[in-house]
Design a binder for this molecule. Structure first.
Ligand SMILES: [Fe+2]
Length: 446
C-alpha cells in the first residue's frame, strides 16, 4: 500500500474505464441543458511512490452527456500520454517531451475541438468520446508549456493564455489566438525568477500576471523530485499588468500581497469621471504559502480563502481585503463577464466548520447562498451554464459533481444558479466513483 496521501480518500484512483447509458436521475434535468459536462483530474495508474505529487497523476477525463431531460451517457477515459499508453500496454499516439507530459488539469473546448490541458505540456486534442487524438501546438505557435487555464475575451472571442516552461527559465509567454484557433501574437515576458504560474486574470484592457514566490528548484529537479518547485522566502511577490493588445513585452508591476494563488475569480477596472483607469480589482483564492515544507501537494495547514486585491494606478500601491473566511477555491463566474465587473460568482467550499463540502454562490450586494453535500464528500468546481445567450448574468444552471468517498457513490448535481440554497434540481447517479477532479467545462451540443 502506497503511503502517498494523494491516492487515498477522495483521491483514490478508479481502475476501470466504463460506459453507461440512460443514468438514474433524482429530480428533473432541465430539457434545455443539451450538451456535455466534461471533467478531468489525476487518477494514477498502478502504484505510486510515497512522495508522489498530486499534480503529476495520470489524467482521467469524465464526460456526462445530457439530452432532452435525460442523462444520456457517462464515460471515463485516461488521456493517452506516452506514459499512460505504456502503462496500459497500448501504442502511444504521441511521444513524451522531456518527460513532462501529463494532461490532467482542465478539459476545455476551443475552436471546434476539445483539449486536455496541463501547464507543463502542449495541449492534447481529444474527441467528444474522450479518445486521445494527439498533441496540438497550433502549427508550432505554442512553444512552451501552455496553461491549464486559458480564458476567452468575451468581446473579441480571442483566447488568451499565460504559458511557462517547467525549467529554470525566468519568463512567461502571453499567447493570443483568434476564436477560430488562428495564432495572432505572442510575447515573452521576463520575470525575476522561474515561477509556477497556474492561472491569470484580465480586465477589459489588461492581462494580470501573478509573479509569486513559488519557484523552480533546480537542485530538487536534479535529484529526481516530481515537485521541483519550492516556496522561496524573500522573493519579491509581484502582480504584473500588461495591455491585452500589447505587441511588446511591457508590463507595469505592483507589489503583491503575501501568499500564493492558484486561481483568480475575476478582475475589473475602476475609472474616474474622465474615464481613466484608476484602479484594477482582482478577486483571488489565496493560500498563505505553498510547497514550503510539504511539497507533494497543497498542504502545510494553509487554506485558500477569497480575497480582493486592488492595484491603485494613482499611488502605485496594492491593497488586500478578505472577502470571505470560508475555505474555498475553484472559483467560476458567468464567463460572459470575464474581465468585467461581475455580480455573480461561485466557488467550492472545500471544508466547512462542520467538515462538509459544497458550493457557495455569490450575488453581489444580495449576499451568498450555499449548499452542502455533507461530510466525506468531494465536491467539484461548479460550472455555470446560462439559460441561453440572452439570459442575464447568473441566470442559468450550476453543474457540479459530488463523490462520497466513504460509500463510493458519485453523482452530478444541477442547480438553479439563482436558488442554490434550495438544493439540486436534479441529481444524476454516476455508475462508479470518481477520483477528485481539478477542472472542467460545459460543452453545448454542437
Ligand atoms: Fe487550476
Amino acid at each position: 500500500m502506497s503511503e502517498s496521501p494523494w491516492v487515498r480518500g477522495p483521491y483514490t484512483p478508479v481502475e476501470k474505464e466504463v460506459e453507461a447509458f440512460d443514468l438514474e436521475v433524482e429530480g428533473s434535468i432541465p430539457p434545455e441543458l443539451n450538451g456535455m459536462l466534461a471533467r478531468i483530474g489525476p487518477n494514477p495508474i498502478g502504484e505510486v511512490p510515497p512522495d508522489h505529487n498530486l499534480f503529476f497523476g495520470d489524467g482521467m477525463m469524465h464526460a456526462l452527456t445530457l439530452k432532452d431531460g435525460r442523462a444520456q451517457t457517462y464515460r471515463n477515459r485516461w488521456v493517452r500520454t506516452e506514459p499512460v499508453s505504456q502503462k496500459l500496454g497500448e501504442k502511444s499516439p504521441v511521444q513524451a517531451i522531456n518527460g513532462t507530459d501529463v494532461a490532467n488539469t482542465n478539459i476545455f473546448p476551443f475552436a471546434g475541438s476539445l483539449y486536455a490541458l496541463t501547464e507543463t505540456c502542449i495541449p492534447y486534442r481529444v474527441s467528444e468520446d474522450l479518445e486521445t487524438v494527439g498533441r496540438d501546438d497550433f502549427s508550432g505557435f505554442i512553444d512552451s508549456g501552455f496553461t491549464a487555464h486559458p480564458h476567452v475575451d468575451p468581446s473579441s472571442g480571442d483566447l488568451h493564455a499565460i504559458g511557462y516552461d517547467i525549467n529554470s527559465e525566468a519568463s512567461v509567454t502571453h499567447y493570443v489566438l483568434g476564436a477560430d484557433g488562428t495564432p495572432k501574437r505572442k510575447a515573452r515576458i521576463a520575470l525575476n525568477g522561474p515561477g509556477l504560474i497556474h492561472d491569470f486574470a484580465a480586465t477589459e484592457n489588461f492581462i494580470i500576471i501573478f509573479d509569486l514566490p513559488l519557484l523552480y528548484d533546480e537542485q530538487a529537479a536534479k535529484q529526481g523530485s516530481q515537485a521541483a518547485y519550492k516556496w522561496t522566502h524573500g522573493y519579491e511577490a509581484r502582480v504584473g499588468l500588461r495591455r491585452l493588445d500589447a505587441e511588446d513585452a511591457s508590463v507595469r508591476w505592483f507589489e503583491a500581497p503575501k501568499g500564493f494563488v492558484f486561481h483568480a475569480l475575476n478582475a475589473w477596472e475602476e475609472r474616474d469621471e474622465r474615464g481613466s483607469v484608476i484602479k484594477v480589482h482582482c478577486d483571488v483564492c489565496r493560500f498563505e504559502k505553498m510547497f514550503d515544507e510539504v511539497r507533494s501537494g497543497p498542504g502545510e495547514g494553509t487554506v485558500p480563502q477569497l480575497y480582493r486585491w486592488t492595484m491603485n494606478f494613482v499611488t502605485g500601491e496594492t491593497s488586500e481585503e478578505l472577502i470571505d473566511p470560508r475555505i474555498q477555491d475553484f472559483p467560476r463566474i458567468d464567463e460572459r463577464y470575464w474581465g468585467r465587473a461581475h455580480r455573480f460568482s461561485v466557488t467550492t467550499e472545500l471544508f466547512s466548520s462542520a467538515g462538509e463540502s459544497g458550493i457557495v454562490a455569490y450575488y453581489g450586494d444580495q449576499g451568498s447562498q450555499e449548499w452542502s453535500f455533507g461530510q466525506g464528500v468531494d465536491t467539484s468546481e461548479a460550472i455555470f451554464v446560462p439559460h441561453n445567450d440572452k439570459a442575464g448574468e447568473g441566470e442559468g444552471y450550476l453543474l457540479a459533481t459530488a463523490c462520497n468517498y466513504k460509500n463510493g457513490r458519485a453523482k452530478a448535481a444541477i442547480f438553479d444558479a439563482q436558488e442554490v440554497k434550495k438544493g439540486p434540481l436534479a441529481e444524476i447517479m454516476l455508475p462508479q466513483r470518481i477520483a477528485a477532479t481539478f477542472h472542467g467545462s460545459w460543452i453545448p451540443q454542437l
